[in-house]
Design a protein around this ligand. Structure first.
Ligand code: HEM
Length: 529
């Protein structure tokens, strides 16, 4: 069918529109009525257009992400300063994305909440995902971070249990803070993250007004193959804005998509959000002078010892045109690094690096990397081919259609030599074992963070914690009070008083009529005590 045949001018509004076709390209003459025997039916089985339309509809959704299901995204670019603070960046990394001041690298960002389902309210008290895919000249680089700079746990082994505890009850499908605090009370390393999460920092006002952080520790590798440890931080030029629980409740009463809407509309108005990228750098060793392990992602690296050093900026200036194709099917992962970058021994990072591509092969499909949003903008030459929905360019394995293996004397692709890309080779001398790290220091920084808050932030933190803990089993309450007290004596005392006050309130509420949903708090409370 020619393009001319697809056009018509006989619409009521006089506007020329393209004509509807089937997915096989045939013009559709009736999209309203199925084919039937007589006007009243029954329907016929060869009714191809109807069967295709319905069966495609039945398969419209891919499985939602097991975490971070609710999200929004946009395109933009990263512009490098070509240096780290005042030093040449090449001293630390040979990654080309950072070289040459002013160079721009295209990217896509996806922001998200963690625990809620695909259409859940964006006002949740939850970390916010901050995932970036940069289409660099050396292949893709993903930075899969969060808005908060630390995390709940430090060993990937605990992640599936943690997410089970944070998601709704598997029997009732009702979210229940008692399950979450049950897990957290037995995971003292989470005290620091909980202190951030239950303060106003736990509900960023919008995606445009929040920080981003790589959270886990990576390595930068220079031309000599020498590595340093590095942490990434994004600072919003729009400023940081957080919500109190009350403000979040007000928004949620009328809008469950406020953050997606805010991002989309700001870009449509050409108010392009911008973040500056900073790094903290540390020599790659054990650092006995620190009272924590630098690879422990429940810890901040103190800024006075490891200053934030600017390396570039990111601007988001284009909205997606198709949410499903470009955002829902986008696939980010911590394994996606470019030359000049490497993994540290951070146990969370190692565990995450398996998980992302694994889930994406299930969630999107074995060839998810061939989708335009996920494919590098550089040429891909690989012998990893075939599988469902393989539509790579024919013969992308090195010009010889017969050689899809390596090594070969007959042709095909070959490796890059180590002289050209000097590898970083960390050395180890230790026994293999399952054990926690040294220097857990679960409470020191939690106390410092509590004391660093302004008084209104502390009040909000105590109120939010008290409300959630008041409905928990007393053993959980006691354990959490103990953790907070070890972090800071005043912090623990105020949470204890807050819980007692809230429990009295709940008792009163139970005597009066309560709204649906409020009763359930009482039921959980009585069950727990
Ligand atoms: C998404 C696993 C820790 C940030 C995901 C997904 C999985 C996962 C399976 C869904 C990916 C997809 O369907 O495409 C894990 C595991 C972790 C872990 C096993 C710990 C062992 C973290 C941490 C951060 C983080 C510490 C923050 C630094 C994110 C973000 C997304 C995500 C931002 C959403 C990416 C997107 O927008 O598509 N994670 N995660 N995760 N995770 Fe993690």
């Amino acid at each position: 069918m020619s393009d001319k045949d697809k056009m018509t001018s006989n619409n009521q509004d006089g506007v020329k529109r393209e004509k509807l076709t089937t997915r096989q390209g045939r013009l559709v003459t009736d999209n309203q009525n199925m084919r039937t025997i007589g006007r009243r039916g029954p329907g016929t089985m060869e009714n191809y257009h109807f069967l295709e339309k319905m069966s495609h509809f039945d398969r419209e959704e891919v499985p939602e992400r097991v975490v971070h299901a609710r999200g929004a995204g946009a395109y933009g670019y990263f512009e490098t300063y070509g240096k780290v603070g005042d030093e040449p960046i090449e001293k630390y990394t040979r990654a080309k994305v950072f070289s040459g001041a002013g160079k721009k690298t295209p990217l896509i960002v996806r922001f998200s909440t963690v625990a809620g389902a695909k259409d859940s309210p964006e006002t949740a008290r939850d970390p916010r995902g901050f995932a970036i895919k940069m289409y660099t000249e050396d292949g893709n680089w993903d930075m899969v971070g969060n808005n908060l700079k630390i995390f709940f746990i430090r060993d990937a082994m605990k992640f599936p249990d943690m997410i089970h505890a944070f998601k709704p009850d598997p029997a009732s499908n009702v979210p229940n803070p008692e399950r979450m605090f049950d897990f957290v009370s037995r995971s003292p390393e989470a005290t620091h993250m909980i202190t951030f999460l239950f303060s106003p920092w736990g509900i960023p006002a919008t995606y445009r007004h929040m920080q981003g952080s790589g959270v886990n520790t990576y390595k930068w590798v220079n031309e000599e193959g020498k590595a340093v440890l590095v942490k990434y931080h994004w600072e919003p030029k729009q400023g940081i804005r957080n919500l109190t629980q009350e403000e979040a409740d007000q928004i949620q009463a009328t809008n469950v998509s406020h953050a997606t809407q805010d991002l989309y509309e700001a870009i449509e108005r050409e108010e392009y959000p911008e973040w500056e990228l900073f790094v903290q750098i540390m020599e790659d060793d054990y650092h006995p002078e620190l009272d924590f392990d630098p690879l422990d992602d429940t810890k901040l690296w103190p800024e006075d010892k490891f200053p934030w050093r600017p390396v570039g900026r990111m601007v988001l200036d284009r909205n997606p045109e198709d949410y499903h194709a470009e955002i829902e099917q986008a696939a980010f992962g911590t394994g996606v690094l470019v030359d000049g970058m490497d993994f540290s021994d951070d146990k969370m990072l190692i565990g995450r690096t398996f998980s992302y591509s694994d889930t994406q092969r299930y969630r999107v499909g074995a060839n998810y990397l061939q989708l335009p949003v996920n494919a590098p903008k550089t040429e891909v030459r690989t012998n990893q081919h075939r599988g469902q929905m393989d539509h790579r360019p024919v013969n992308d394995f090195g010009g010889n259609p017969h050689i899809n293996y390596e090594p070969s004397m007959l042709g095909g692709l070959e490796e890059t030599s180590e002289e050209e890309r000097k590898p970083h080779r960390p050395a180890y001398n230790a026994e293999a074992l399952s054990a926690p790290i040294d220097r857990p220091n679960n409470y020191g920084q939690a106390g410092e963070t509590y004391r660093s808050f302004e008084e209104w932030e502390r009040e909000e933190l105590i109120k939010n914690l008290s409300e959630a803990l008041a409905i928990c089993d007393q053993r959980i309450q006691d354990a959490m009070i103990d953790h907070f007290t070890k972090a800071d004596e005043e912090y623990g005392r105020r949470v204890k008083e807050g819980i007692q006050m809230k429990m009295k309130e709940l008792e009163e509420m139970n005597k009066n009529d309560s709204l649906p949903g409020q009763e359930s708090k009482w039921i959980q409370f009585t069950q727990g005590s």
